[in-house]
Design a protein around this ligand. Structure first.
Ligand code: OGA
Ligand code: MN
Length: 288
């Protein structure tokens, strides 16, 4: 069966059908998927009945996987479990508990692992159980928004370096969420503000909730710029809202895509989502 690719919007995103990713796929099919990833930035694959093992096997085709810093790691270290269900008890976790708050950090616009020295290439999120209402995931393209900047605005960003800091962003949820030991495990890192996709030369700016300040700039000024970049990318008309169906797999390019989870009735509806994260290969700045 041939791959069928349908655009989700004019500017980014595609839905791909005609392939079962839970089984081994041949190199030509994977090459087409990898090309589509560089081209469309967000790929939706309906009806992929993954378990953790098959999700990890498919994800590895993109490259080595990150190990998660997550705390709800029912599925093992390559699976980031962002569910509101405790895998040990199979019960919904308390909505006002630590883990629920921690996971709600995903409701700010961000790009995965920008707080790591080498940030993630791709995330693959599998919807195992999805609520009937709410809990959409929204996506916005920092590549499309970069293209829309004036030449002067683009020039101003060139060569800038930002500090990304997980304790900063989780501190926005609750200043006491992370204790000293947890913060020490994720020290701030430096990331380029402009990134280029080596496969096609397309540039994107790179910001999000973890971006704290610009190196060498007054903190508030740098933060204002980083927030303004996010605001430009996530204008409502530029956002793709993914309404989950059970067994959707969504893959996004963390080099150029911002995403956020939307709230839902967390005390009432189960949401079981397992993410694999493909590591990046090089730092975005030489002196990282
Ligand atoms: C993630 C994430 C948002 C969501 O898995 O990295 O941010 O909708 N998820 O669950
Ligand atoms: Mn995320």
């Amino acid at each position: 069966m041939a791959l069928s690719i349908r655009r989700l919007r004019d500017d980014f995103g595609a839905e791909i059908s005609g392939v079962d990713l839970t089984r081994p796929i041949d190199d030509a099919v994977f090459a087409a998927i990898r090309d589509a990833f560089d081209e469309y930035s967000v790929l939706v694959f309906p009806d992929q009945k993954f378990d953790d093992e098959s999700q990890i096997a498919f994800s590895r085709r993109f490259g080595p996987l990150e190990t998660t810093i997550s705390t709800n790691s029912g599925g093992g270290t390559h699976i980031a479990d962002i569910s509101n269900v405790d895998p040990k008890t199979n019960e919904i976790i308390p909505v006002d508990g630590w883990l629920s708050k921690y996971n709600s950090g995903n409701e700010m616009w961000h790009t995965d692992s920008s707080f790591k020295p080498v940030p993630a290439l791709a995330s693959l999120l599998s919807g195992r159980e999805v609520p009937p209402v709410g809990a959409e995931t929204e996506f916005a393209s920092m590549r499309i928004a970069y293209d829309d900047l004036s030449a002067a605005e683009q020039d101003r960003l060139e060569g800038l370096v930002a500090v990304h800091d997980f304790s900063y962003s989780r501190g926005l949820v609750d200043p006491k969420l992370m204790d000293e030991k947890q913060s020490a495990a994720v020290p701030p890192v430096r990331q380029a503000v402009v990134r280029t996709n080596p496969a096609n030369g397309r540039k994107a700016f790179y910001s999000g909730s973890h971006a704290r300040e610009i190196v060498g700039w007054p903190v508030e000024e740098g933060r204002a710029l980083l927030k303004d970049l996010v605001a430009r990318a996530v204008k409502p008309e530029r956002v793709y809202t993914h309404k989950w169906r059970q067994f959707d797999l969504v893959i996004w390019d963390n080099r150029c895509i911002l995403h956020r989870g939307r709230p839902w009735d967390k005390s009432r509806h189960r949401r079981v989502m397992h993410r694999t994260t493909v590591a990046g290969d090089v730092p975005t700045v030489p002196d990282q």
